[in-house]
Design a protein around this ligand. Sequence first.
Ligand code: UD1
Length: 425
Amino acid sequence: MDKIVIKGGKRLEGSIPIAGAKNAALPLMCAGILTDEVLTLENLPLLADIDTMQNLLVQHGVELTMRHAGGNGRRTRTFALSTPDLASSLAPYDLVRKMRASVLVLGPLVARFGVARVSLPGGCAIGARPIDLHLKGLEALGAEIELDKGYVQASAPNGLRGGDVVFPFVSVGATENLLMAAVLARGETRLINAAREPEVVDLANCLNAMGAHIEGAGTDVITIKGVEGLHGAVHPVIADRIETGTYAMAAAATRGSVELQGAELDALPSVIDHLMRAGVEVEATDGGVKVSADRIVGVDVMTEPFPGFPTDLQAQMMALLATAEGASMVTETIFENRFMHVPELTRLGANINLHGRSAMVRGTQDLTGAAVMATDLRASVSLVVAALAAQGQTEVNRVYHLDRGYERLEEKLAACGADIERISG
Ligand code: UD1
């Protein structure tokens, strides 16, 4: 298994190109199921999760061609997807277990073909993460749902019909699944208490470009007027706000200065606010966003649905705050088990105490390298952030977690002066 070795204590300085957003790309790829015409998705990141989704879609019958593009230090992929026929309605356990976002095929499969058999995702490192909201929403649109031997069997032989779906709490994935189901349903659907994340807006924009009638994406009520069919479109994936935030925090942790090319400030309102209160300077530039820091002070952070502080940046922010002057309280409200990075950060000398859903972080200037290992994507990268700030050598094991969500991580950081290398094993 590969590992990443970092010799910390070097200021990051330079610029980092931000990739297309993984969490926007995955649902957008599933939208390819909704049409027999060609949906061209540009600016896809080069990530293991995108490959997993590609494998899943191809076995459903999606025809997919890929083109690589590059220039200005960037490399991206373009996919052309179309789905003339259904080859299989089955999303097998092996793929769904590997990547929970696989459940996003459910809505489009039922909407277009009237049938789907999708494995339940099961538990994962950051909590139980059920899909009950996805299933209740599909039932509200007329699908029949049965649970059988670990699989969801969904059917709507006569098509879906519009209706009101009221989410008891905000779910990004359920909003996306229902959005893709409702575009082909007969009549009007309202998604009430919908997620407002930029990735949901990106999906709605793409679906509208394919001929859907969606209004209100980005607010908590989305209205969809169903249409008979969707056509092809060309859609560029938005910049990855989580990658942006991660590198901003890495730069700040090393008291460095980095321009994040292609990053968008609007996608990270709460993160920018917290970073600035912690002492980070943030300015918009022609090509993106520049962050610089000389001194970091503690701030309290609580994760919330958008536009609040994203749970996907909680671990990285904690790593930054571990280097701050003073104390910070970090509270996780989205996932019940998302502090797996705490014991590992502690191995690097961080002073963190857990109290239920909150972590008290007392900053120190004395992080030191160690061998660490993490259990999920964002936890792993938080260890990279801390390692960049720590004196001495850190080995981050289980790098496959990082490869799910960060393309060319060591290359991007090394270009800004980090002493970082991947050791294959
Ligand atoms: C998406 C993101 C993930 C991010 C999360 C929250 C993708 C591919 N993944 O995940 O990176 O951390 O949003 O911003 O976009 N829940 C239920 N029942 C459901 C659905 C969700 O109880 O049917 C719970 C979850 O366990 C969790 C909370 O709702 O506690 C929010 O989850 P959700 O927004 O659905 O996350 P995902 O869409 O899975």
